[in-house]
Every structure is written in C-alpha cells, then in structure tokens.
Design a protein around this ligand. Structure first.
Ligand code: ARG
Length: 280
C-alpha cells in the first residue's frame, strides 16, 4: 500500500510584502494583514491535513517570503536539491531549508555555481512519466535544466516563461495526478507550448483562461482525486470534475499580494522516481 502523501509547510510568522520582486508585489508593500494571513494559512493547513501528513519548517526572521516552501528546493526520492535564489532578498532562506533537510537525513545537493534555481516553484515532476518540467526566463536559469537532468538522471524539459505575472512555472502549470495538466498556455513561448503538446495528449490538458490564471488557479495542489486551490471559475470546476477531480477552494488573497498561493505554500516531500509504465 502506498504511504500517505507528505508535504512541507512553513508558517507565516514573519510573512509580509516587504520588497518588490514580482509584479504582484508592486504597490503592495506593507499591505499584508498578519492575522488574516495566519488564518488563511491555517485553513490551508487544515484542508491539506485531511489529505497528507504535513511537516513544518521554522520560518526565519527577516525572510518574509519563506512561507512559500515550494521555493526551498526540489525533492526526488531521498535527494533534495536546494534552491539558489535569484534575488538577494530570498537568499537567506536556502541555508535554513538545507539544514532542515540535512537534519532529517536527506541527501542535500546543489547545482553548479552561478545557476539560479528556485526549486519546486520552477521544477515540477510529471505525475505519470519519469520527467521533470523546468520553467525558466524569469527566476531559474535555462542552464538549470541540463544541470538537473545530470544531477538527478531524469529527462528534463525546459519551458520558457514569457509573462512576468507568471514568473514561476507553478503559477501557470500544474501536473495533475494521473498525468493530466492544468495550465495557462499564453504564459509560455511557442516552443514551450509545442513541447507540452508533444508530451501531454490534448484530452489530458486543461487550459485555463486569463481570469482563472490571475486567480492562481494553476497554483494548485493535486493529491489523489482532490485539487486544492485559491479559486476556480464554475467552468474550470466543471472541467476538473469531468477529469475526475473534486476542487477544494481556500481563499489565500493575503498571499496573492506577494505573488503566491496554495501550491507555493507547500513542498511535496514524497516524490518517488516513476518508471515509464507507471500511470498514477
Ligand atoms: N514573493 C515570492 C517571490 O516572488 C512569492 C513566491 C511564490 N512562490 C511560487 N512558487 N510561485 O519569490
């Protein structure tokens, strides 16, 4: 019997919009309401507790974006590839997350010097094939793709992101349990759209419209037949229902002020290496 899913989260003790490193933060410095952020995070934690075992990392003072645990690094089996943040404002998070993983027995690795890499914000494992999707163009460097392929011995597909509002892959692309995909095609350049279409059959791709994308609908957590996200339109909920998923909406507008939502607030800890034949 497969063990239950595991997630890492980091409470928003020091969360805030204290600087601007993406368009969502523009004009929003100082606007986060700590008690609301904590309540929304608690609601997400409670909803996910029904689906997964959740571990927490202690947030560091002066690191207001640390609750976005997806950016800590990338997990595959017992290896953790720690991020190398592009912006100095977030670089202090990396050693704290590396320690968390090291203390718990993970094999902590890093990419060659000089390669920016923002973890599971940009590097997403396919849920049905042994394949890693790597978003680049805003945060992670394109060079992270071959470096990860080397380090982890996994096929890695680079996808160039073109819209600054969708600056991490997980803001516009969500591999679904079973091999489907939720995504916002205009956030990608044409070769990236072709690379996706060549690997995920049309019937398994759910393309969202701009309104859903701006509500961070693609920043979704797919566990079993449940998809947890900030908000989905009735049309998107129908499309997900037809694909066999039930949707749990948790309002996370405090975190949208920083450019993040449900998926960014979590990091999946159980990531087995799939074989070509596994479909799930
Ligand atoms: N303010 C954070 C940043 O710009 C938000 C990160 C959201 N994380 C994510 N995986 N999309 O880095």
């Amino acid at each position: 019997m497969p063990s239950s899913p595991r997630l890492l989260m980091c409470p928003p003790l020091h969360f805030g919009v204290d600087y601007v490193i993406n368009p969502w933060m523009q004009g929003r410095i100082g606007s986060a309401v700590p008690l609301r952020a904590q309540a929304q995070w608690d609601a997400l934690h409670a909803a996910l507790s029904a689906l997964a075992d959740i571990q927490t990392a202690r947030p560091g003072p002066g690191l207001p974006d640390m609750p976005f645990a997806a950016n800590a690094g990338l997990v595959l089996e017992d290896t953790f590839v720690v991020s190398r943040f592009l912006h100095p404002q977030r670089q202090g998070e990396a050693p704290l997350f590396a320690d968390w993983f090291r203390e718990r027995g993970w094999n902590v690795r890093e990419l060659p010097a000089g390669i920016a890499f923002e973890g599971a914000g940009d590097a997403l494992l396919d849920r049905a094939a042994p394949r890693l999707w790597l978003g680049h163009g805003h945060r992670s460097d394109a060079a992270a793709a071959p470096a990860l392929a080397d380090l982890l011995d996994i096929e890695t597909i680079p996808l160039r992101l073109t819209d600054p509002r969708f600056y991490h892959l997980d803001t516009c692309f969500c591999p679904l349990q079973g091999g489907g995909l939720l995504y916002y095609p205009p956030a990608f350049d044409e070769p990236a759209q072709a690379a996706i279409a060549a690997r995920v059959p049309a019937g398994q791709r759910i393309a969202v419209g701009e309104a859903d994308a701006l509500d961070f609908a693609c920043n979704a957590i797919s566990i079993g037949d449940t998809v947890v996200l900030n908000r989905a339109s009735p049309g998107l909920r129908d499309a997900l229902a037809r694909a066999g998923f039930s949707v749990v909406e948790i309002a996370l507008d405090e975190f949208l002020k920083a450019g993040g939502s449900a998926k960014c607030l979590t990091l999946r800890l159980d990531e087995p290496r799939l074989s070509e034949t596994v479909a799930g």
